[in-house]
Design a protein around this ligand. Structure first.
Ligand SMILES: [Zn+2]
Length: 486
């Protein structure tokens, strides 16, 4: 693409532009993986593609570098397809419309796909230039990372010999990831029964919480609307308000901290209704005070809806679910105490969704931990709790943590090089989210892993942009690492 001809490093931007013309949204991997495979074979490298559309390319060492340890360079082929509301872009066939503004590139109205197209472009540029000095390389292009790390999970690593893995899927220059969390989804279900009653209908709303990502923002200690609702229902019950629930729900996604929850109930007597109307503002005041630093727009209120007859929860069942909402662990369970990952969440839980159906009361929760045994201990606690009140527990989507390695050689090496080259302090850090490194860590236990990359902002949104000078500095760092690694 001519308009990027003057950008440096020119080969990286040339290949970035080229792959930006190949549709490569998650689930649409055919064309991009074939392109990479052909690219490698045309240049004489051994390469393979598997049924997941992962591609692995084997590049022999440059002359004189044969005795160096094998290095794996890894990034994912797919990108998140998001566009602005007015965009007519068709991610199935249209090339991205790349643009430059100041020292950034972006795509008009869509995600840019620098997450993780920049990794692909770096690897293509290395394959294309025989003058680059490097040890034996295994270039690993994984498919469908953004939809559950499907490619990496399915990848056969039995023919890979790498000692080091350089994962190029991080978005802050100068930050070198050394660990990531594993996770799983827990599904709790408590059977319920209903009985017909009549009374004054009320809807009770807990709303206006800030929410956020259950991995990246769990350490902000924002309120969980579902659990605040549980606390409110308990508060009403201990204050003698007789209420019969017939509807209860909150939260939209398992990975998002719930912002709103709603309950509908019948109140048998006018006295109960009067108490309810008096107690709710009191409760709202308490919560607003407790969360004044994190959630500024909280509203907790009730609406009278008129008399009606409804099937409501059996008293015993209702008590069980209020018990569950008041005893579930939530939020940050433990902060990491390792020197290198201090300040990072080690173990957390987000009770993302609750819903009452005809047959059961259901809860969906996302568990994360950088320590596998801590993740399973937390899962076991949920199982124990829900089974004790007659419910059932299931889990899915279990993915492994990448645990911090005290004896890593690559982390001090690359962060030292970065400081030397940029004059800036490097930051070694973990992340309380899942990354593909966890899967490689599990499959190849001896791998010494680091994840890094250039500055990318707004990933997964149409405002995604990548810094050009940062992409250049990251390229220079990568070449130094390849040249000097031992
Ligand atoms: Zn990514």
């Amino acid at each position: 693409m001519d308009k990027f001809a003057d950008l440096e490093p020119s080969s990286v931007f040339r290949f970035f532009a080229e792959i930006s013309s190949i549709p490569r949204g998650s689930g649409n991997m055919g064309a991009i993986s074939q392109y990479v495979l052909d690219f490698a074979r045309e240049r004489g490298y051994a390469a393979r593609k598997d049924e997941f559309s992962n591609v692995v390319v084997f590049c022999p060492a440059s002359p004189g570098m044969e005795d160096r340890p094998t290095v794996m360079l890894q990034g994912h082929l797919d990108m998140v397809c998001e566009k602005s509301a007015d965009s007519r872009h068709d991610f199935k066939k249209d090339p991205l419309d790349l643009r430059q503004m100041d020292d950034c590139i972006y795509a008009a109205s869509t995600t840019l796909g620098a997450d993780d197209g920049i990794a692909v472009a770096y690897a293509l540029a290395i394959m294309d230039d025989r003058s680059i000095v490097h040890p034996p390389l295994e270039l690993v292009f994984t498919a469908d990372e953004e939809v559950g790390m499907v490619g990496a999970t399915g990848l056969d690593t039995s023919d890979l010999k790498a000692k080091y893995l350089l994962n190029l899927d991080s978005e802050r220059e100068g930050v070198f990831l050394s660990s990531s969390a594993g996770g799983l989804r827990a599904f709790l279900s408590v059977p319920v029964k209903y009985t017909k009653k009549s009374g004054e209908k009320y809807s009770i709303l807990v709303s206006g919480f800030q929410g956020g990502h259950s991995g990246g923002e769990i350490d902000k200690y924002r309120g969980n609307a579902n659990l605040i609702m549980g606390r409110l229902l308990h508060f009403l019950s201990v204050n003698g308000v007789g209420l019969d629930i017939y509807s209860l729900q909150g939260g939209l996604m398992i990975n998002a901290i719930p912002r709103d929850a709603a309950c509908r109930a019948l109140l048998a007597t006018d006295e109960d209704a009067a108490k309810l109307e008096k107690l709710i503002p009191e409760f709202e005041k308490t919560i607003k005070n407790e969360y004044k630093a994190t959630d500024k727009n909280i509203m907790i209120y009730c609406d009278r809806k008129g008399r009606d007859e409804k099937p409501v929860l059996h008293k015993k069942m209702q008590e069980r679910l209020i018990f569950l909402l008041n005893t579930l662990p939530d939020g940050v369970i433990r902060m990491s105490q390792e020197e290198a990952t201090r300040g990072l969440v080690e173990t957390s839980l987000n009770m993302g969704i609750m819903r009452l159906t005809e047959k059961s009361f259901e809860i969906e929760a996302a568990l994360r931990s950088s320590v596998s045994t801590a993740k399973y201990a937390l899962a076991e606690k949920l199982r124990y709790l829900v089974e004790t009140i007659g419910g059932s527990y299931e889990e899915s989507g279990d993915y492994p943590a990448w645990e911090y390695r005290e004896d890593s050689k690559i982390i001090p090496f690359i962060s030292g090089l970065y400081t030397e080259m940029s004059g800036r302090a490097a930051e070694v850090s973990g992340v309380h989210m899942g990354v593909e490194c966890g899967i490689f860590y599990e499959k190849m236990p001896d791998l010494d892993i680091v994840s890094f990359g250039p500055d990318i902002s707004g990933a997964h949104t149409p405002s995604e942009r990548m810094s050009i000078p940062s992409a250049k500095r990251t390229w220079d760092l990568l070449l130094r690492v390849l040249k000097e690694i031992k």
